[in-house]
Design a protein around this ligand. Sequence first.
Ligand code: NAG
Ligand code: NAG
Ligand code: NAG
Ligand code: NAG
Ligand code: NAG
Ligand code: NAG
Ligand code: NAG
Ligand code: NAG
Ligand code: NAG
Length: 512
Amino acid sequence: MATSLLTSVAGLALIILHVCALDNFIAAVYEHAVILPNKTEIPVSQEEALLVMNKNIDILEIAIKQAAQQGAQIILTPEDALYGWKFTRKTIFPYLEDVPEPQVNWIPCQDPHRFGHTPVQVRLSCLAKNNSIYILVNIGDKKQCKSNGCPPNGYYQYNTNVVYDTKGKLVARYHKYHLYMEPQFDTPGKPELVTFNTTFGMFGIFTCFDILFHDPAITLVKDFHVDTILFPAAWMNVLPLLTAIEFHSAWAMGMGVNLLAANIHHPRLNMTGSGIYAPHAPKVYHYDMETQMGKILFSKLESHPHTSPVYPVAVNWSAYATSIKPFQVQKKTFGGFISRDVFNFTELFENAGNLTVCQKELCCHLSYRILKKEENEVYVLGAFTGLHGRRRREYWQVCTMLKCKSANLTTCGRPIETALTRFEMFSLSGTFGTKYVFPEVLLSKIHLSPEKFEVLKDGRLVNKNGSSGPILTVSLFGRWYKKDSFYHSGASRNSAITYLLISTSLMICKLL
Ligand SMILES: *[C@@H]1O[C@H](CO)[C@@H](O)[C@H](O)[C@H]1NC(C)=O
Ligand SMILES: *[C@@H]1O[C@H](CO)[C@@H](O)[C@H](O)[C@H]1NC(C)=O
Ligand SMILES: *[C@@H]1O[C@H](CO)[C@@H](O)[C@H](O)[C@H]1NC(C)=O
Ligand SMILES: *[C@@H]1O[C@H](CO)[C@@H](O)[C@H](O)[C@H]1NC(C)=O
Ligand SMILES: *[C@@H]1O[C@H](CO)[C@@H](O)[C@H](O)[C@H]1NC(C)=O
Ligand SMILES: *[C@@H]1O[C@H](CO)[C@@H](O)[C@H](O)[C@H]1NC(C)=O
Ligand SMILES: *[C@@H]1O[C@H](CO)[C@@H](O)[C@H](O)[C@H]1NC(C)=O
Ligand SMILES: *[C@@H]1O[C@H](CO)[C@@H](O)[C@H](O)[C@H]1NC(C)=O
Ligand SMILES: *[C@@H]1O[C@H](CO)[C@@H](O)[C@H](O)[C@H]1NC(C)=O
């Protein structure tokens, strides 16, 4: 009797688990106009720091409630959303809390004093619990230390993402690895591979500048097979290749994962551009240089995108480009800059044509037909391969077709935001040495081009479904991580921090 009751309870639990595994979920992303502290040159008290953070959390709270009301399972908020970015080690310190590892099994909302004074963590946990929604928030973590390399104040200080589940439990903690001019924070010893599993897929986490490197970003997708990446950022847009919506949507497509990207909203520093990106196309995005307002985005996503009928085919990025004879290599190739990188460019003289431009081992091929040639709009095809920028750490391979700032060819590669020229067809490919290539299409006034282009399995980036919108750039942005100046595939599989926190008790599914 007891046995059969147990069996049927187990059976019921299984059925519930089964029913509760969701094919789709609703994701929310919030672009937050952060309220910056008035004083960041001299340290403030913990109370003052908390005041600033609570002002920001007040705003995030509205977004979290709204997300829950719309039926979202998870909401992502940006990096630095509680206090901004302008700090020294000393002035950030009053904003930091000690964040324990998730294995301690902690619901701060129910047990607020278990790890000392942690008002921010308690409030965030309560927001998740009260609204019954997963939330990711970026906060500052401090860890007391003694050993060699411990900073003079006796603490490591980390740029940290925390995730709370619908019960308010801490289920993930990630310390940012690739810091970008953040003297207030320390780099963890090695890249952390942080994932957590839910009924709506397996999630992986990294932060902002991390997206340009192999670890943890690529390893999470390649070896841990996450379905969705949570990616908070404080991203400064850089045209023509690294504007937030452009690059982040391209990364999702190149890697074949869902990517939720939440950026800070701060137009004066060119920070805007958030989105919800599926592998085959962006679902929703936001870019706003006009207003000072935050913005919430929603979209339905597949929990396991690789099982979807629209999941993109596997691509061999060099198959087409290495199989053809180069189109006539243009005599009039000239050098030009995109940021600090010297590209080889060649102009699209005619209304239609087949062009090849090479730099060292990389040849880029373009076939195109312009719908209507606009006066004064000049386009070039460009190739770059080598270590990028001033730091010269990241090895890039880029094929790009872009609009020059003016008819003067010395302006090709400079930022430009508007265009009129539409293409009846384009097909861009390159002899890439890497399999990590991110396909970008950016239209006039910083718009994406969802469902209007695709990558064929032989590596050609082509338009589809009719003529294109007015084009700023069409690019294949390749990263050859093994040639990076500090490459080491640091993260080993065993260092995985995987939190499997599916509560087998009665789960209430929102989406049935
Ligand atoms: C900054 O100072 C102004 C004027 O004193 C005040 O109104 C505002 O609330 C302060 N901002 C923060 C984040 O404390
Ligand atoms: C959560 O709800 C409880 C009561 O249900 C309330 O006391 C508390 O202030 C709420 N916390 C937050 C952060 O909304
Ligand atoms: C993740 O959770 C789902 C749903 O509960 C389950 O089916 C799946 O096996 C879990 N995956 C892993 C790797 O634990
Ligand atoms: C913002 O971007 C524009 C062009 O895209 C550039 O001219 C300007 O310098 C950038 N501003 C900052 C603060 O980087
Ligand atoms: C990609 O295609 C090229 C040319 O057909 C071939 O040489 C290469 O082996 C392919 N690469 C992979 C990883 O299949
Ligand atoms: C193309 O790039 C290579 C390598 O940077 C350079 O040596 C060559 O002169 C460039 N070609 C032209 C025509 O500018
Ligand atoms: C470009 O090449 C294709 C074949 O590869 C050819 O059909 C087309 O006519 C060429 N276009 C131009 C303008 O030369
Ligand atoms: C093009 O711009 C450069 C400076 O960027 C200038 O030196 C040159 O004279 C310009 N050429 C023409 C034809 O205007
Ligand atoms: C084709 O593009 C139009 C807009 O130009 C869009 O409304 C339509 O959904 C697209 N169709 C497909 C199949 O992608």
